[in-house]
Each structure stands twice: as C-alpha cells, then as structure tokens.
Ligand binder design. Structure first.
Ligand code: SF4
Length: 344
C-alpha cells in the first residue's frame, strides 16, 4: 500500500476514535480562537497536567484579547512564572496588541495570516486555524511526527525540517474542513499523547489505525521515529549570590534580550567562585556562607550553580533591595533560581 493510501484511510479512523474517546480538557470546553491560541502556546514544551492550572489562572485574569493586549508586562510574567520560556508570554502580548491595532481585535482565521504574528509558527497557526476556524490545515508537532513515522514505517529523521515538510504535505492532501479539521488536529495529537507514546510503551492494542500501521505489522514499532541525536548542551558554571542586608535581599533585572530576558534574578557571576574569592569581592561582608548547589537545564545550555548567602553592612546601589515576601509576590524569578529563592 502506498503512503498516500495509508494516510487517506487512517485519517477518518482517527477522527472517529477521537470524537468517541477524547479527554476533557479546559481549553476544549469552548475552543474559541483565543482559548486555542493561549493553550497551544502554553503547551509548547510543557506537559498538559502542568499547563491546566496556569491556563485557568491566566484566563481568569486575562479572559480575552483586549485584556491581554493591555496587561502590564510584570503582571504577565508573574502569571507565566514557572512555565518557563518567557518569550512565549511576551510574544502573546505583542501579538494581541497587533491584532487590536490591525485586525479589529479578531485573531485572523487563516493559517497564513496567523503566521505573521509574533510567536505563531506553522504548528500553532495550523492548530488555531483548524481547531477554531475549521480550515483544512494540519498542525505537525512531535506527537504527530511519531504517529506518522510509525504508521508509514518512515525512517527519515523527524528532527529534520525536510521530514516535517513531507509529513505536512502528506497530511495536507487529505485534510478535511469544518469541524472534522479540528477533530483531526486534536485527534492525531491525542493519539500521540495517549496511545502511540514514545519510549517503547506504545499501546497498539488500543490504536484505531493498528490495521493500517506498517510498523505494527512489521513488528518494528520501537525503531520509529528515527531521531538524530541532539547536540550536547553547553555547561555553564555560575555562582549565585544571595546578598542580604537588614532583612532585604538584592535582585536585578536581566537584559531585555537573550536567555531569560527581562526576568528578575539574584546577582550572579558567570564562573565558579569559592568563599575566599568572594571575600576579595566583598571585603566588608559580615558573613559568607555556602547555600547549596543546583542545576538547571535549558534547551541549549545547562547551568551548574553554586550559591552563597552574603550578609552585607549596607545596600549596594546597583541592585534593587526587597524583602523575600515582596520578591515572591511581585517579581518573576526564573524556575532555574527556585532552589535559591527557597533558601531566603
Ligand atoms: Fe502507533 Fe501502534 Fe498505532 Fe502504529 S499501531 S500508530 S505504532 S500505536
């Protein structure tokens, strides 16, 4: 059987299966364009269970596009705190402002138009356009690539853009429109999340396309998808300083560009320091105490952090000084520093 025939026959089965067995999730209760957009952005790089409370909190405070366009950046980042990849939140606000200015407050309905907004790529545009507007366009993410590569027993590297393009084209040719478009988009993702799962745990006995699946038939499910190994992450040593003075702690804002742009953080040094070298940097410190080691993994870099609590006789003017309680309530600190925040 040709790949195209396999796809053509599999898609209606996935729609039928999804319509009958989908999980109830908050953004599925009323899939308006705004709801689909916010949920899809939150779900990038984040598990569904982790997203649910954030999604509810976000929607309770910013229920529509105008409220998102008008929110203060600090408040927005606070709502996003813990989800990571903060540029996603900033892009949401930027896009909302553009939609208010240029599109009369309505998210565009076509994927091609949606892609012109900040933070909306092929995948998110396809998801919004098909789920909320019924446009016959696919949304191809890692789940979809896994299902398709097994269904077709396709050995192409799923991390390669060319593979994504080929899979998108294959799906596109048979994509339905209207309600079925949304059901299919969510259905393939759901299949990848709950049945055709990674790491040798595929539950083929529950799969609606088992009869058509080439990898299942050939007993090669565990060989797919093929993924080129990722490049090794760069390890960066850091020293985190909890500078204290009279019950307050020093924080500073990160640069507006780059990793964790614009977030607040404890001062830090981009190398590993010890007590003796810190004594040279802070000669009048009243005390210098180690306060633990922590690691944090970003996409391309890994921080290996060593922390020191340093009691100073006076506040240094280059930092902002706040009580631990105010820091917790008002400032968004990255998850990478959560361990040190818990030491305050
Ligand atoms: Fe995935 Fe198994 Fe279904 Fe094939 S039969 S698509 S491997 S769950």
């Amino acid at each position: 059987m040709k790949d195209t025939e396999r796809i053509e026959m599999a898609l209606p089965l996935i729609i039928e299966w999804y319509a009958a067995s989908r999980r109830v999730l908050p953004w599925r209760e009323s899939p308006t364009p705004y709801h689909v957009w916010i949920s899809e952005i939150m779900l990038q790089q984040t598990r569904i269970e982790a997203v649910i409370p954030y999604y509810r909190r976000f929607l309770a405070e910013l229920p529509d596009l105008p409220s998102l366009a008008a929110v203060e950046e600090d408040r927005l980042l606070k709502l996003w705190e813990g989800l990571g990849y903060y540029s996603r939140a900033r892009n949401l606000k930027k896009a909302a402002q553009l939609v208010m200015e240029r599109c009369g407050g309505e998210l565009p309905s076509r994927a091609e138009e949606l892609k012109k907004l900040p933070g909306i790529g092929d995948y998110t545009a396809g998801a919004i356009a098909s789920i909320a507007y019924g446009e016959p366009v696919p949304a191809v993410d890692g789940n979809v690539l896994r299902v398709l590569s097994r269904l077709l027993a396709c050995g192409d590297d799923i991390m390669a853009p060319a593979t994504r393009k080929t899979m998108t084209r294959l799906l596109q040719a048979y994509y339905p429109s209207g309600d079925a478009a949304g059901l299919l988009t969510e259905g393939i993702m759901e299949l990848g999340e709950t049945v055709c799962v990674p790491n040798g745990e595929a539950r083929c006995e529950l799969c609606p396309v088992r009869r058509l699946c080439r990898a299942f038939r050939e007993g090669t499910v565990d060989r797919f998808p093929v993924k080129a190994p990722p490049k090794a992450r760069k390890i960066q040593q850091r020293t985190i300083l909890l500078l204290r003075c009279g019950g307050k702690v020093a924080i500073r804002q990160r640069e507006k560009k780059g990793l964790l742009a614009g977030l607040w953080e404890f001062p830090g040094l981009d190398d590993a320091q010890d007590e003796a070298s810190l004594r040279n940097l802070f000669p009048d410190a009243l005390s210098i105490q180690p306060c633990g080691e922590a690691r944090h993994i970003f996409t391309h870099v890994e921080w290996h952090m060593t922390g020191f609590a340093i009691e100073l006789p006076r506040e240094l003017p280059e930092y902002l000084w706040e009580t631990p309680q105010t820091i917790g309530e008002r400032y968004s600190l990255p998850t990478a520093l959560r361990f040190y925040q818990s030491q305050l």
